[in-house]
Design a protein around this ligand. Structure first.
Ligand code: Z5A
Length: 209
């Protein structure tokens, strides 16, 4: 049994990750693979509790280090109980956000030391990295407009400069890392989904499936 593939979707808030996860799942399944869909922070009962702690708006200010460690605590749980077992049995995993989000939000938005993130990444993930990362790129204005009607969580309440920095980190990583494919998510949904289909088709062709 060969190991499954690990696909992540990334981007700022409201960019359309949840919308496109379903499409990626459908394409992977149509190619004949069992597909596990999951998300971060979250993906197991304990990790979902940590997600709730992280996203809830509260009076007490959350220290940046607490935020970073909670992200990786949730990730450790998620990897051990969901991601690694699925990949080991040959399933494909499609995950809404992973560690690129930590570099973008905690490293970029919060301005935390990237060296500390690298240490935790190594500790928690070992050699585990996504095989393909679909980065949905959009201006913070368009993304914010898409979620305007919602009750905003603790991250979504950040200032515009925060999301500009998050986007810059994502764009830099997308240029630097081969596993990234960038999709213009400011386009109408039909176009975005056509582009996601193309990315998946090329990836599947490269895997000879
Ligand atoms: N976070 C972190 O700081 N560090 C980490 O390591 C990790 C996460 C893993 C929760 O993540 C927060 O955790 C996140 C970063 C932080 N906070 N922020 N901001 P999340 O992924 O759950 O939160 P989110 O990014 O806010 O998810 P979201 O709001 O659900 O966004 P989305 O999934 O990208 O968007 P969507 O729900 O698919 O679409 C939003 C709306 O736009 C919806 O009405 C769609 O119908 C519409 N849409 C989608 N695409 C289009 C197009 N192309 N045109 C028009 N309308 C569209």
């Amino acid at each position: 049994m060969s190991r499954g593939c690990f696909i992540t979707l990334e981007g700022t808030e409201g960019v359309g990750k949840s919308t496109n996860v379903d499409l990626v799942q459908a394409l992977v399944t149509a190619a004949g693979h069992e597909c596990v869909v999951t998300r971060e922070p979250g993906g197991t009962p304990l990790a979902e509790e940590i997600r709730d702690l992280l996203l809830r708006v509260r009076e007490e200010s959350v220290s940046q280090m607490s935020e970073l460690l909670l992200m990786f605590a949730a990730r450790a749980q998620h990897i051990e109980h969901v991601i690694e077992p699925a990949l080991a049995r040959g399933d494909w995993v499609v995950c809404d956000r992973f560690t690129d989000a930590t570099y973008a939000y905690q490293g970029g938005g919060r301005g935390m030391d990237v060296g500390s993130i690298e240490v935790l990444e190594r500790l928690v993930q070992g050699d585990l990295q996504p095989d393909l990362t679909i980065y949905l790129d959009v201006t913070p204005e368009i993304a914010a407009a898409r979620i305007r009607e919602r009750d905003l969580d603790r991250f979504e309440q950040e200032e515009r400069i925060f999301f500009d920095t998050v986007r810059t980190v994502y764009q830099t990583r997308a240029q630097r890392l081969d596993r990234f494919r960038v999709v213009d998510a400011g386009a109408p949904l039909d176009q975005v989904q056509a582009d996601v289909r193309k990315v998946l088709a090329r990836f599947l062709a490269g895997k000879h499936v």
